[in-house]
Write a protein that binds this ligand. Structure first.
Ligand SMILES: C[S@@+](CC[C@H](N)C(=O)[O-])C[C@H]1O[C@@H](n2cnc3c(N)ncnc32)[C@H](O)[C@@H]1O
Length: 242
């Protein structure tokens, strides 16, 4: 039998070697028996490789509103949203193998058909696979904060990423971000407000009141246990002048 977990690790490793600055570090992390079983038996049903994947409509067998969660972690938020919105299709992207296994198990347990999973750098997925102006929403909830100044260059939410996400959103599409790190919240606000084509729904310089449809996530709960505040930002894609 093909050792799927090794295959996946190798493909991410290959990407890591080519691009020096990434927003993640692949950590070993032990797989539980259930996660390993889910990876072995369910990846062929829910998993996609950006380089090989067919068009989105073919993947889901329909044309429905499309949402992407970048860095789904343990997958709980994605599972909740997908169960609540069977009329939408979701793509979850993360590189952390135990979380991917956990999400796959959750998808099967809830018999969800409207989610697919990619285990790759989200930047690569957006660049290679997602067509321009095709998404109704992109969620980046509690991305790794990289709190040390010398690591800020690793933060995902920077101008090139905001530009990439904006190019993939339809007009009217939503870019929803959240963090429990004040410095990163300020960076997110600055980066997204300077991004042409995005309008802050809370008004310039303001964070959202409330968390919209974002379910609480594992890292939100962790931050709250540490006494952190949470900042949400919701931006809408607007047409740009030709
Ligand atoms: C701090 S965790 C937050 C997980 C989840 N959103 C939550 O709130 O519980 C950040 C996640 O983003 C993933 N990640 C970081 N950079 C990524 C990238 N470029 N592409 C895909 N996933 C990424 C990490 O593997 C990790 O699972």
């Amino acid at each position: 039998m093909v050792n799927l977990a090794h295959l996946l690790t190798d493909s991410v490793h290959a990407l890591t070697v080519q691009r020096p600055i990434r927003s993640f570090v692949i950590r070993g992390g032990r797989l539980t028996t259930a996660q390993r079983r889910a990876l072995d038996s369910l990846w062929s049903r829910y998993g996609l490789e950006a380089a090989l994947a067919p068009a989105w409509d073919q993947v889901f067998g329909r044309c429905a509103p499309r949402f992407v969660e970048v860095g789904f972690g343990n997958g709980d938020a994605l599972l909740g949203l997908a169960a609540r919105h069977p009329e939408r299709d979701y793509l979850g992207i993360d590189v952390h193998l135990p979380g991917v296994g956990r999400l796959l198990g959750g998808l099967e347990a809830r018999a969800l058909r409207n989610v697919r999973v990619m285990r790759q750098d989200a930047v690569e997925v957006f660049e290679r696979w997602i067509p321009d102006a095709s998404l109704d929403g992109v969620y980046v909830w509690f991305p790794d904060p990289w709190p040390k100044k010398r690591h800020h260059k690793r933060r995902l939410v920077q101008p090139p990423f905001a530009g990439l996400v904006t190019s993939k959103l339809k007009v009217g599409g939503l870019f929803h971000l959240a963090t429990d790190w004040e410095h990163y919240a300020g960076q997110m606000l600055d980066v997204t407000e300077h991004q042409e084509g995005l309008v802050n729904l809370a008004g310039e310089g303001r964070f959202a009141v409330g968390q919209g449809e974002r379910p609480p996530t594992r890292f939100q709960r962790r931050g709250e246990r540490l006494g952190h505040r949470v900042w949400d930002l919701m931006l809408e894609k607007r047409p740009t002048e030709a």
